[in-house]
Design a protein around this ligand. Structure first.
Ligand code: HEC
Ligand code: CU
Length: 470
């Protein structure tokens, strides 16, 4: 498109009549753009003709929550991350006013990917604190576009939160749906590790290495989860305007338990695919996804590079309420004992589990417990019993384990969650209940209490059983 345009300009030197002419916007009706904060989407323009659209956007540096107990000095458009969503129509002539709040420490500008012109508007909108800039552009191409600050160092302005989206409706607008949402994924680089409390400064080195501590939807961990979840009713059609601000990380956008009926991939105007599980969206890119919600459920929005979802924050929720339809999904229908072929099928009708060899003394108990530990506990607590710092507590020399026998029995018997302190370090994870019988419990407890320098009396099945009855 651009090359054709340049070509036309060149031709224009020789033949003035070859230049494309656009209508003068002074005769267009004047409207003020409705800007919305994520996850809200501005209403359709419902216009069939171009307008002169006035947009006012303020840049502001604000300290806000990045995660529970974690604050960050965000640089923003409109005081939020992402910045407000703008919705216009192809052919509109946009008068863009960028105001940089007097409290800002930095100059800012805006590069809208919807703009055909120098720097996408960046050059026409460079604004020092306490000033306003104005430039105008014609929306030549429809689609869903990212906008971002492009002031040097660009990576730092984007890395601190300066992006949002502008949707340019095509001449033939998208069909109406019941719910529209605005979701932007981005990555943050803090000096402290994920979850480290306090006001966290930006870490340039991690940003250059593309090693974010946080990858989030809509600017902070949990922005669209729990009480802030997106909501819809069974039977409704949902459209998500999804974008990636970056600065670095490409999203593998997926909604657990749903299938995208349609994807306008790369934010373009065509349905590129139907019946899609995961769509890839690069930094500075977007996609529009649509699906009908058929069953009540909490659908989980993730970046399917899945550690990002469960360990870095890229997790959102769409809570759908309404009537269940077992013709689509039943939920769990039964849970029965599974006996693999050959094990019990050909013997007696009343199948008996193989006789268990019981430990006769502490030595045998520790030996059996060691095997059990290797198969069931080692993955988390590690072979050396030291666990993993901040995630899985140590068993070696654990004051929690060795300080209270009954509590130790209950922990392994029933599992544990919530905050616990082990050797002065706090953990807030989930220790699964593994459903062990008294013998296995006694064995594994005897092993972990008499290994890695630990020492304790033998745990017997009788002692364990006494705790189970309570
Ligand atoms: C999926 C990972 C996982 C597995 C498997 C697991 N644990 Fe844990 N365990 C944890 C976590 C996480 C905690 C801390 C729970 C919390 O924060 O509330 C914990 C806590 C404990 C504690 C108390 C805290 C301490 O360090 O003394 C004991 C004892 C323990 N586990 C023993 C076991 C034994 C024995 C097994 C195997 C039968 C086992 N765990 C299997 C994750 C696991
Ligand atoms: Cu900026």
């Amino acid at each position: 498109m651009k090359t054709i345009f340049i070509f036309f300009i060149l031709i224009g030197f020789f033949q003035a009549q070859a230049k494309t002419t656009y209508p003068d916007p002074k005769n267009f009706p004047e409207v003020t753009a409705v800007l919305t904060h994520a996850p809200n989407v501005p209403p359709p323009t419902k216009r069939t003709k171009p307008a002169r659209v006035k947009v006012d956007l303020e840049t502001k540096e604000v300290t806000m929550r990045l995660a529970d107990g974690v604050d960050y000095n965000f640089w923003t458009f409109g005081g939020t991350v992402p910045g407000p969503m703008i919705r216009i129509r192809v052919g509109d002539y946009v008068e863009f006013n960028l105001h940089n709040h007097p409290s800002s420490k930095m100059p800012h500008n805006i590069d809208l990917h919807a703009v055909t012109g120098q720097g996408g508007g960046a050059e026409g909108s460079m604004t020092i604190p306490g000033h306003s800039s104005k430039f105008s552009f014609r929306a030549l191409n429809p689609g869903l576009f990212i906008y971002h600050c492009a002031t040097a160092p660009v990576g730092m302005h984007i890395g601190n939160g300066m992006y949002g989206m502008i949707y340019v409706e095509p001449e033939k607008p998208l069909p109406l749906v019941d719910k529209e949402f605005y979701v932007v994924q981005s990555d943050f680089y803090t000096k402290g590790k994920y979850g480290e409390k306090g006001l966290q400064p930006f870490d340039m080195e991690k940003a250059i290495k593309e090693q974010p501590e946080y990858i989030v939807f809509n600017g902070n961990v949990g922005a669209i989860a729990g009480d802030n979840a997106l909501r819809a009713e069974v039977g409704e059609k949902v459209r998500i305007f999804f974008g990636v601000g970056g600065p670095n990380i490409t999203s593998n956008f997926h909604v657990i338990g749903e299938i995208f009926d349609k994807v306008y991939s790369e934010g373009g105007t065509k349905v590129a695919q139907e019946n899609v599980q995961t769509t890839v969206v690069p930094p500075g890119g977007s996609a529009i996804v649509e699906f009908k919600v058929d069953n009540p459920s909490t659908f989980i929005l993730v970046d399917h590079a899945i550690f990002r979802a469960f360990n870095k924050g890229a997790l959102g929720m769409l809570k759908v309420t309404g009537e269940k339809d077992p013709m689509i999904y039943t939920g769990k229908q039964s849970d029965t004992v599974y006996l693999p072929e050959g094990q019990a099928t050909q013997t007696l009708p009343a199948a008996k589990a193989p006789e268990k060899i019981l430990a006769k003394n502490l030595e045998e108990r520790i030996a059996a417990g060691k095997i059990f530990f290797t198969q069931n506990c080692k993955a988390c607590h590690q072979e050396d019993g030291n666990g993993i710092k901040g995630v899985f507590p140590p068993l070696a020399k654990s004051d929690f384990l060795l300080g209270d026998r009954k509590r130790a029995i209950r922990t392994v018997m029933y599992g544990l969650d919530g905050k616990v302190t082990v050797n002065g370090n706090e953990f807030n994870g989930v220790m699964p209940a593994l459903g062990l019988d008294d013998e296995d419990l006694a064995n594994v407890l005897s092993f972990i209490s008499n290994n890695w320098g630990n020492s304790a009396k033998e745990f017997t099945p009788a002692e364990v059983k006494a705790e189970r009855k309570k």
